[in-house]
Design a protein around this ligand. Structure first.
Ligand code: ZN
Length: 159
């Protein structure tokens, strides 16, 4: 007959990690070890095997995930409210400013876009179709480079 095993060994037998037949025989024959083995086995019974008849509702996991997931900040709504407040306060401050911005300001922004488009047309006439293709390829390469840099930054933040 072997010596009484320690509790870690008994736990290893319960977990199925210890398969030495002498230890298992000892656990069944020694009254003290048999009692320790029985108590530890009862204590480590998985919760699923408990005799409870109460079950979680089927939608429990979905509701739990819903509560645990972060709620998105309503950024578009906040931006719309801030923009509306800015327009309203600008109107209250001086109605002429708002009128000027609606007429001259927006027209100036659109004229910048039109000028840039016309400049691109002039440049394309100067560099020819090969130059346009090379320019677009350079822009695509720049975008890929920037996206790769951003992916690395996001990976570091999300880890
Ligand atoms: Zn024993």
């Amino acid at each position: 007959m072997i010596q009484c095993p320690d509790k870690l060994t008994i736990q290893a037998v319960i977990d199925g990690e210890e398969t030495d037949i002498q230890i298992i025989d000892h656990l069944q024959s020694c009254p003290r070890c048999c009692q320790i083995h029985s108590e530890m086995k009862d204590a480590f019974t998985p919760a699923d095997n408990l005799g409870s008849t109460v079950k979680l509702p089927a939608e429990f996991l979905g509701r739990l995930n819903e509560k645990l997931s972060p709620q998105p900040f309503p950024a578009a709504m906040a931006a719309a409210v801030i923009f509306t407040l800015a327009i309203f306060s600008a109107y209250l401050t001086n109605p002429g400013y708002l009128q000027w911005w609606l007429s001259v300001g927006i027209t100036r922004q659109i004229s910048y876009l039109i000028d840039a488009f016309i400049d691109l047309l002039y440049i394309s006439h100067i560099v020819g179709p090969t130059g346009v293709i090379i320019g677009l390829a350079a822009l695509v390469a720049l975008e890929v480079l920037i996206l790769n840099m951003l992916r690395n930054v996001e990976g570091q933040i999300n880890v």
